[in-house]
Ligand binder design. Structure first.
Ligand code: NAD
Length: 353
């Protein structure tokens, strides 16, 4: 039985990848996560008792610990998702983004390269390293109808996207210089269950249910290409296991939508699915509040995902309409998860709950 080591597996996308790996494959899964504010083991409650799942609370910047994890668990595949991921936080304090996204990726690459070299020497081949990245590395498509392809030049705008671009460049350098067996994926904005409520969609759902303002940056005219997180998780496992080494694959849902329309759609769904509103709320839409735009905010991202569709046969299962309905319903059905995130108790050791 093969083993996949997932970094950042307690995060939003990493936990979706692990649930998919445990539920739909027979891989052993090692989850390496530092448990920053964004790491939530409660997102893995449905699979954490499975005997194919192991958790290691480790910082990817810690060389000795990462070396130990490789030696102890002997992974066949690494899926690297651990990162600082929130653009606003990268503007308030870029240091952690440089440390985890650049230095951490460098450290992981080096430990993986030494491990892989030893494997090759003992004639065990087949090791693969999959680096998970974002479409934000390509910059802004404002004023064009263009789509990002795998050949689009890098032009990151924020400290977050610059740190992810740096990590992509490191992986490509390791591929070329050391012939390190790696792949890269760049994906558009994800949404879905277990999303931390600092990001637009869960923030709007939970604020609306609490009768709080729904903050929209600028005029809300920023366009993002939304992908349901479970569609991303399936794409990632496909690339990690079947993608061609040294290749890059763009992943996206062909769901371009202005932020204000996302917010209006959520309000409409809540009117239907949660009609019993807080007493201060007439219509959920009345809570929309326009706030000063984010510095350097990119206006439009859009992905050309034809390569992964044509070469690996991946297609998204959800439309934005079906995925958003599922997402809103999930937040309504999972009050315990939401309450533990909102009151901070998700950070307590499980034994203290
Ligand atoms: P997230 O913030 O929800 O989760 C990140 C996880 O990494 C957390 O569990 C955190 O505890 C862990 N982590 C952070 N620093 C660490 C460290 N030093 N060592 C070990 N673990 C650490 O992020 P996400 O939204 O799940 O994104 C996962 C990856 O996918 C990131 O690399 C991100 O750049 C990329 N990505 C995200 C999106 C999106 O829309 N969310 C889109 C495309 C690509």
């Amino acid at each position: 039985m093969k083993t996949i080591l997932v970094t950042g597996g307690a995060g939003f996308i990493g936990s979706a990848v692990i649930r998919h790996l445990i539920n739909d494959t027979d891989f052993n899964v090692i989850n390496v996560d530092k448990l920053t504010y964004a790491g939530n083991l409660e997102s893995l409650n449905s699979v954490s008792n499975n005997n194919r799942y192991t958790f290691e609370q480790v910082d990817i910047c810690d060389a000795l610990e990462i070396r130990r994890v490789f030696k102890q668990h002997q992974p066949d595949i690494v899926m690297h998702l651990a990162a600082e991921s929130h653009v606003d936080r990268s503007i308030d304090g870029p240091g952690e983004f440089i440390q985890t996204n650049i230095v951490g990726t460098y450290n992981l690459l080096e430990q993986a390269r030494h491990y892989w070299t030893a494997l090759e020497q003992s004639k065990k081949t087949g090791f693969r390293f999959h680096h998970i990245s974002t479409d934000e590395v390509y910059g802004d498509l404002e004023g064009t109808d263009d789509l990002f392809t795998e050949e689009t030049p890098y032009a990151p705008s924020s400290p977050y996207s610059a740190s992810k671009a740096s990590s992509d460049h490191l992986v490509r350098a390791w591929q070329r210089t050391f012939e390190f067996p790696a792949l890269i994926t760049n994906c558009s904005n994800n949404y879905g269950p277990y999303h931390f409520p600092e990001k637009l969609i869960p923030l709007v759902i939970l604020n609306a249910l609490a009768g709080k303002p729904l903050p929209v940056y600028g005029k809300g005219n920023q366009i993002r290409d939304w992908l349901y997180v479970d569609d991303h998780a399936r794409a990632l496992v496909l690339v990690a296991t079947k993608g061609v080494l040294n290749e890059t694959y763009n992943i996206g849902g062909h769901n371009e939508m202005q932020n204000i329309d996302v917010v209006l759609n959520i309000c409409d769904l809540l009117e239907e699915l949660a009609p019993n509103k807080p007493t201060n709320v007439g219509s959920y839409k009345d809570l929309i509040t326009y706030v000063t735009d984010r510095a350097g905010h990119d206006i439009r991202y859009a992905i050309d995902a034809s390569k992964i569709q044509n070469e690996l046969g991946w297609t998204p299962q959800e439309t934005f309409k079906s995925g958003l309905r599922k997402t809103v319903q999930w937040y309504l059905n999972n009050q315990t998860w939401c309450n533990h995130v909102l009151d901070g108790s998700y950070k307590l050791p499980l034994a203290n709950k």
